[in-house]
Ligand binder design. Structure first.
Ligand SMILES: Cc1cc2nc3c(=O)[nH]c(=O)nc-3n(C[C@H](O)[C@H](O)[C@H](O)COP(=O)(O)OP(=O)(O)OC[C@H]3O[C@@H](n4cnc5c(N)ncnc54)[C@H](O)[C@@H]3O)c2cc1C
Length: 386
């Protein structure tokens, strides 16, 4: 007999498992999550840097982060699974008048939201963070509640909490099609590699693949797969802990402590969207040179691991939440544009509210519907993308 559920989530990355947990917790109908991979969190989630921060240029992104950071800070009370989480702060180095002016504007918005972000002058920076080469640095911001967390802990934690609340999570099941009513205005289920499943609500948490999956229902969502790469060095202790996630926005270089070594990331602005993720050695060399310029002591660190993964990027670098008209019962929560891990708690909370209550209550995400790309809203670009 064909399976039937109330809420079916496609995608077992950090976003999908958070949605499954937050839906299951409400106990309003059955929840099934299908992930095609053998394990959960092996795509963008498993390739990510683990950064968690609220220093965004748009208020909505900052609000999504603040809600998420609050949940990460209360992880043990709520989820009760192991979670490596280090609130060692994010240090944004500002190397131009334009960046200083932009961050002054953001600083006022952050203060309004209750964030205590320190504004640092060059002398403060060299004193507190002697690892930084101050060439060209005109100032910096530092927010102590920012930091980084383990992506696998977040994914496994939400998955286990979702199961405790009755959600069923199946891996190794690929969704291959969306079934619609005869008018094509209502979701009725999905086709999968292991048979069909009927559902009332279908939530796409399919990250970089969301455009492909939404197209099965005749809906266009502008999410592109953009390869981004990371290098992790061997054990390195020449910078004392706790050293914050250090970001040079002018080059997009970022570094933080990882498994006793250092994680280095930097976005290749010339990269074109594609699904293939092959580590680009030439660009890797550029990442190392840029890292050693800004943090000279890194010349003593030996690269050990390197990989490439996908950002799921939208034109305005904000996620897409909510219904996907004209198809009733079809929802999306994807396109976090490189910020999905840090927004996973908020993503699950607001998506469960949209599905169960018809509207997000915890953070108003109505401006982030897919309609903003089809003439039904305004685009506000997030500028602090690294
Ligand atoms: C190099 C790099 C660094 C990053 N650094 C950070 C960071 O510091 N902080 C941060 O917050 N974010 C960061 N990100 C972004 C973050 O990884 C993503 O935003 C987040 O993981 C998105 O989660 P997701 O669940 O939407 O996508 P994914 O983790 O990709 O999950 C989507 C899942 O859907 C599954 N799927 C797709 N199609 C189907 C189908 N048809 N049937 C069944 N399953 C399907 C896939 O197999 C996949 O597991 C980084 C990303 C990269 C690549």
């Amino acid at each position: 007999m064909q399976k039937s559920v109330d809420h079916l989530v496609i995608g077992g990355g950090c976003i999908g498992v958070s949605i499954a947990y937050h839906l299951a917790k409400r106990k309003v109908g059955s929840v099934l999550l299908l992930e095609r991979g053998e394990f959960l969190g092996q795509e963008s989630t498993g390739k990510c840097a683990g950064g968690i921060r609220a220093q965004f240029s748009t208020e909505i992104n900052a609000r999504l982060s603040l809600l998420s950071i609050d949940r990460f800070e209360h992880w043990q009370e709520e989820i009760a699974t192991p979670f490596q989480y280090r609130q060692w702060g994010y240090l944004f180095l500002l190397t131009s008048d334009d960046l200083v002016a932009r961050f002054k504007t953001s600083h006022a918005m952050w203060t309004k939201l209750g964030m205590k972000v320190e504004w640092l002058h060059p002398a403060d920076i060299s004193k507190r963070f002697p690892h930084v080469n101050m060439e060209g640095v005109r100032g910096a911001t530092f927010h102590a509640r920012d930091g980084f967390g383990d992506p696998n802990d977040i994914t496994q934690g939400y998955a286990s909490a979702a199961r405790k609340h009755g959600a069923v999570i199946e891996t190794g099941v690929e969704v291959t099609g969306i079934e619609l009513s005869s008018t094509r205005r209502k979701v009725t289920g999905v086709k999968t590699s292991k048979g069909n499943v009927a559902c009332k609500n279908l939530i796409l948490a399919t990250g970089a693949w969301s455009k492909v999956v939404a197209a099965w229902a005749g809906v266009d969502v502008p999410i592109e797969p953009l390869p981004r790469q990371i290098i992790v060095t061997d054990k390195f202790d020449l910078i004392k802990d706790p050293w914050p996630m250090t970001v040079d926005l002018s080059t997009t270089l970022y570094c933080h402590r990882e498994s006793g070594g250092v994680l280095i990331g930097m976005s290749n602005e010339a990269q074109k969207p594609q699904f293939e993720t092959v580590f680009d050695e030439d660009y890797g060399e550029k990442m190392l040179m840029t890292a050693m310029h800004r943090i000279p002591v890194l010349e003593h660190a030996a690269p050990k691991h390197k990989w490439s993964g996908l950002y799921e990027t939208t034109p305005d670098h904000h996620p897409i939440f909510g219904t996907l008209p004209p198809v009733d019962g079809l929802y999306i929560c994807a396109g976090f544009s490189g910020h999905g891990l840090m927004h996973a708690p908020a993503a699950g909370i607001v998506t469960s509210e949209i599905v169960l209550d018809g509207k997000a209550k915890s953070v108003d995400v109505s401006t982030l519907s897919n309609a903003r790309f089809t003439g039904g809203g305004q685009l506000i670009d997030e500028r602090n993308v690294i």
